[in-house]
Design a protein around this ligand. Structure first.
Ligand code: SF4
Length: 313
């Protein structure tokens, strides 16, 4: 499906806008495949604002794919804590072991897709940015831009074909980043900023996105955790390895109590918003963990937030 009548002019306008307006993000400082790879995995289903405080510390702790490959999984999960979707960290670690054993990075996107945790989008993003391979990306932002440009809903297969046809073959990495940046900062999911849009001349809807699907509402849940600390230890429980969410991670024991909380906070995980109460308890389920060890454990983001608020870490 042809989205724009003059692809060359579209590319020129979009790239010119990107070169003048792109955000100064740490993963754009160079095109090293390892650094690009780490950023792309962290950015999967995660906002830029959440990735920013985690990216540089992760690279300081694991500055190369060899260092990452030789690390213990618990160290990788601990460093990932707060980013959520921990399967990504496990897959990144497993993939690093494969790359370290091979002694070099895969050189084309199809070969990257053979690694754990790397699908078509991520392989194309890494290879276009780090290796200048002319492969297009499609994510939710790109699909929304296509939908608004044409006023029509595209199947996913159509979107990939369209993106490949529109891609700038000389600057594939910049073009892909420009499309995603444009969707994230101008052609916004709610109210697009059409008045400042650099490609408005190509757009048939100019913001009237009648076919947009609405995001389902967030669910609400209340939960209470017991903070039980004594003798320089705090009691924590380890989630089962069979849990679909955050398997093997450590958290505070959940409890049922109507007592006045020590403090309350809010926390969101995927499509659920939690009202969290934390009570102090003389005793609770779980294992006593020395305070000096706690911050080295792979804690869930919520556990880290509670322990930080309580002054334990
Ligand atoms: Fe998006 Fe508005 Fe630009 Fe169309 S004119 S591409 S809706 S920002």
């Amino acid at each position: 499906m042809q989205v724009v009548r003059d692809p060359a002019e579209f590319r020129a306008k979009l790239l010119s806008w990107y070169n003048q307006n792109r955000r100064d993000l740490p993963w754009r400082k160079d095109r090293d495949p390892y650094r690009v790879w780490v950023s792309e995995i962290m950015l999967q289903q995660t906002r830029v604002a959440a990735v920013l405080p985690k990216y540089i510390p992760f690279l300081k702790r694991f500055p190369s794919v060899r260092k990452l490959a030789s690390a213990r999984e618990s160290s990788v999960l601990s460093q990932w804590s707060g980013l959520g979707y921990y399967r990504r960290a496990r897959n990144l670690h497993a993939a690093a072991k494969i790359v370290a054993k091979e002694g070099k990075f895969p050189q084309i996107s199809d070969a990257w897709r053979a690694l754990p945790g790397i699908g078509r989008y991520t392989a194309a993003a890494i290879c276009s940015i780090a290796l200048n391979e002319p492969v297009a990306v499609v994510d939710g932002n790109v699909q929304r831009v296509f939908r608004r440009l044409t006023g029509q809903t595209h199947t996913t297969a159509d979107s990939w074909k369209t993106a490949e046809a529109l891609l700038d073959p000389i600057h594939p990495g910049d073009f892909n980043q420009a499309m995603m940046e444009f969707g994230a900062t101008v052609c916004l999911p709610g109210e697009p900023l059409c008045a400042t849009c650099p490609i408005q001349a190509f757009c048939s809807t100019r913001g009237r996105d009648l076919s947009a699907s609405r995001k389902p509402p967030q669910q609400k849940r209340k939960i209470t955790f017991a903070l039980s600390s004594a003798d320089g230890s705090v009691r924590l429980v380890r989630r089962s390895n069979r849990d679909s969410l955050m398997p093997g991670m450590w958290e505070l024991p959940a409890t049922v109590s109507r007592r006045k909380p020590l403090f309350s906070l809010k926390h969101s995980i995927t499509n659920t918003d939690y009202d969290v109460r934390v009570i102090t308890a003389a005793t609770a389920d779980g294992t006593p963990v020395k305070l000096s060890r706690v911050s080295q454990l792979p804690l869930t983001g919520l556990a880290r937030k509670i322990l930080s608020r309580a002054g334990v870490i």
